[in-house]
Write a protein that binds this ligand. Structure first.
Ligand code: NCD
Length: 309
């Protein structure tokens, strides 16, 4: 039996296949319920705090939406400049303070390992909404939910992950979950943005078939799904290096025509230039459906943390 009650969500590797299946089930129940009702009262009286030390649109707003759809309340630190962080307050002191107000904390921070640091400082559950180039476990869960919905199954898939595999925390987290399903994976990136060695060697050890290539067409031709990512400009110390790499991979109409097969396309968003807007009407372009699924999956996680589902 999956038990998320009172637990932190820090790293994708904390989830078993059984956990994932339970989360998918609860999330799809919420998806169904929200078709009949705008909101529920399951978490009435509970308060969620969002602490975002890095920009966000989807992750923060979908957590806030999820909590409000469950009948709970939301407090938000707003920008770093407008909080005491600007006065030099430590992360531990900030989360200790927030834990006096809220029942669960959702945090995004530029330092890898920061979510765990925050979790260690407080007795209430902490959810990692992105720690630097580290992890983004709730995104990985909503990606898995989307893959299951779009393709009907999580078994026997071949997936191309494309773009910034070095700095992209979404792919670091997602591949961890996919490895539970014996997925075949193509890692498509410029040489300098390859998937970190510790991740590829861990996957190999788990018996996952992986192939690293710079050729998106070759990988896509053999895949059921492309997971596109943005080159993470903010992680580069040398911006001229970014300038050289941006635009490395672009999915446009021409690419899809040449590919000439049915393809599901996901992207955690935001996109810069890696998927052109003309692709949005392509039936396999699932990235805005993926955005919506984020609400159901985060509702599932919150309700399970408070042991209400
Ligand atoms: C991603 C992130 O912040 O890691 N966005 C998201 O949470 N949906 C991806 C990115 O910023 O490129």
């Amino acid at each position: 039996m999956t038990n998320l009650k009172g637990k932190d969500i820090l790293h994708a590797n904390q989830f078993s296949k059984k956990d994932i299946e339970a989360i998918i089930k609860v999330a799809s129940n919420f998806e169904r319920e929200l078709k009949k009702k705008d909101s529920l009262t399951l978490l009435k009286g509970k308060i969620l705090a969002t602490l975002f030390y890095e920009p966000s649109t989807r992750t923060r707003l979908s957590f806030e939406t999820a909590m409000q759809r469950l009948g709970g309340g939301v407090i938000s630190m707003g920008s770093v400049e407008s909080s005491s962080v600007a006065k030099g307050e430590t992360l531990a002191d900030t989360v200790r303070t927030v834990s006096q107000y809220a029942d669960v904390i959702v945090i995004r921070h530029p330092r890898t390992g920061s979510a765990r640091e925050a979790a260690d400082a407080v007795p209430i559950p902490v959810i990692n909404a992105g720690d630097g180039t580290g992890q983004h476990p709730t995104q990985a869960l909503l990606d898995i939910y989307t893959i299951k919905k779009e393709l009907g199954s999580l078994n026997n898939l071949t997936i191309s992950m494309v773009g910034d595999l070095k700095y992209g925390r979404t792919v670091h987290a997602l591949v961890e979950l996919l490895s539970l399903y014996q997925t075949r994976v193509y890692f498509v990136s410029p040489h300098t943005l390859r998937m970190p060695e510790e991740i590829t060697s861990d996957l190999k050890q788990k018996g996952i078939e992986i192939e690293e290539t710079e050729d998106m067409m070759k990988a896509a031709s053999a895949s059921d799904l492309i997971y596109m990512t943005r080159i993470q400009k903010e992680r580069f110390t040398d911006l001229s290096e970014y300038e050289k790499l941006k635009g490395s991979y672009i999915i446009n109409e021409e690419f899809l025509k040449k590919l000439n097969k049915k393809m599901t396309i996901l992207h955690p968003l935001p996109r810069v230039d890696e998927i052109t807007p003309e692709v949005d009407t392509y039936p396999g372009a699932a990235y805005f459906r993926q955005v919506r699924n984020g609400v159901f999956v985060r509702m599932a996680l919150l309700s399970m943390i408070f042991r209400k589902r």
